[in-house]
Design a protein around this ligand. Structure first.
Ligand code: GLC
Length: 425
């Protein structure tokens, strides 16, 4: 039929006709997107992806579900990216992975797409840069916080000593198995908890000049306080030394503890009275501190980045741009209670009543959150620290010796690699 008509058709029009005829759904661009997707998070994401596909005919998005545990997800990504696989096209990254993946050449720089970097919290942008280029856009911000039982305590403890006293008393009075619980397994989560104790005691992992100071007297005091909370005060159960976020949440949700340290995602889940025994009986506060430090929240969260070997960079950026727009971020915040990375959203009424604390306070906490060192060797630094922290917390080594060993190994690692950002791609 087409051939019969060609004699009377202009060649350009013919070409257009052929191209249109060739376009079938099977030749749509297929983007693969790896993210965590469980429960309500999966539902919101599916809704957003469906809207994106409806608005972008010819692009299909397929989800690749990855493990939720930070270290396991990283391992999987490293396997995929190291093999130079073009899939997944879009990756949900932990805030600490971007420099490493960028320096390895695994991510596509986003600068040519002119991303609106000034619309995001500056610290989240800084964490996603390497060698002067931006490699990921923030999707949501995590800050570590103290969850406390309003039916057992009159107010949140402000110091670590007060935390121990209040928790011990409340635990005995209410005959609960646990006082205070946190992520103590040997994985990234332990480093985030330590960083909060560390800030509370006035210490740092790395100072402003990039020197490792994790063996300072303040750091030794912080780690000693964590250890003493387990063995001297008995407020923290030794079982936390195998727990990650979800085990901690389940114990708190089942009404077994007075306080817990966790991320914002837990709030909505704990408020669900169908699943939680503590719905309506808890609140959140900043972690405690000592007079030498200040209440500290570790900066965490997820970013969206493009696989350097994708076949569809433009479409991949379109999806990232879509998912990080204000409407999508507000929808996620309302449904999941997670914190959007765009400061402007915290003004006005868009997020009113969405979080346990007013939006301007959330913004204040995010702006003061403490990042982990931004370096392509962060995973290795963290690995060294995780071993030392865990050794001290399981009483295989005292905190001073454990941190001295860690500091030595971390310094040696930094000396072995050239860390100047100019050495990046
Ligand atoms: C959360 C945070 C992430 C952190 C991880 C540790 O997922 O967003 O930044 O590394 O917890 O378990």
């Amino acid at each position: 039929m087409l051939l019969l008509c060609t004699a009377r058709i202009h060649p350009v029009f013919l070409l257009m006709l052929l191209l249109t005829a060739c376009h079938s759904p099977s030749q749509d661009i297929v983007l693969t997107f790896s993210s965590s997707a469980v429960g309500a998070e999966a539902e919101v994401l599916q809704r957003q992806l469906a809207r994106f596909m409806a608005a972008h005919q010819g692009i299909q998005v397929i989800q690749r579900v990855t493990p939720d545990a930070a270290d396991q997800r990283r391992q999987l990504y490293v396997q995929w990216l190291n093999a130079r696989a073009g899939e997944p096209d879009i990756l949900q990254l932990d805030i600490i992975w971007t420099p490493e993946f960028a320096a390895a050449g695994w991510l596509l720089p986003l600068d040519s797409f002119a991303p609106p970097r000034e619309a995001f919290f500056p610290m989240t942008i800084a964490a996603n840069q390497w060698a002067g280029q931006l490699y990921a856009l923030p999707w949501f911000v995590d800050v570590g916080m103290l969850y406390w039982r309003t039916d057992l305590l009159a107010g949140p403890p402000r110091t670590f000593d007060e935390l121990m006293q209040l928790v011990t008393r409340a635990r005995t009075d209410a005959a609960l198995p646990f006082g205070f619980i946190w992520q103590g397994a040997r994985y990234e989560g332990l480093v985030t908890v330590f960083l909060e104790y560390l800030g509370g005691f006035g210490g740092q992992i790395m100072d402003d000049r990039g020197r490792i100071v994790v063996d300072s007297p303040a750091a030794v005091r912080a780690l000693t306080a964590m250890r003493d909370a387990i063995y001297r005060d008995g407020a923290v159960p030794p079982s936390v030394l195998t727990w990650q976020e979800e085990q901690v949440r389940f114990a708190f949700q089942n009404g077994q503890a007075v306080c817990m340290r966790n991320w914002p995602y837990a709030y909505r889940l704990l408020q669900d009275s169908a699943a939680s025994l503590v719905a309506g009986k808890f609140s959140v506060a900043l972690m405690p501190a000592t007079a030498d430090g200040s209440p500290t929240a570790t900066l965490g969260g997820s970013q969206l980045a493009i696989n350097a070997h994708t076949d569809h960079p433009q479409a991949a950026y379109q999806l990232i741009d879509y998912l990080t727009r204000p409407e999508q971020l507000v929808e996620r915040a309302r449904a999941l209670g997670v914190y959007p990375p765009r400061p402007a959203l915290y003004d006005g009424s868009l997020l009113a009543g969405v979080f346990p604390v007013p939006p301007d306070q959330v913004r204040h906490i995010i702006e003061r959150a403490v990042p982990r060192p931004v370096t392509p060797v962060y995973a290795e630094l963290s690995h060294i620290l995780q071993i030392a922290l865990h050794r001290a917390l399981t009483r295989q080594q005292d905190p001073t010796a454990a941190l001295a060993d860690a500091a030595r190994a971390m310094c040696a690692l930094l000396e072995r690699v050239d860390l100047s950002p100019q050495a990046g791609p």
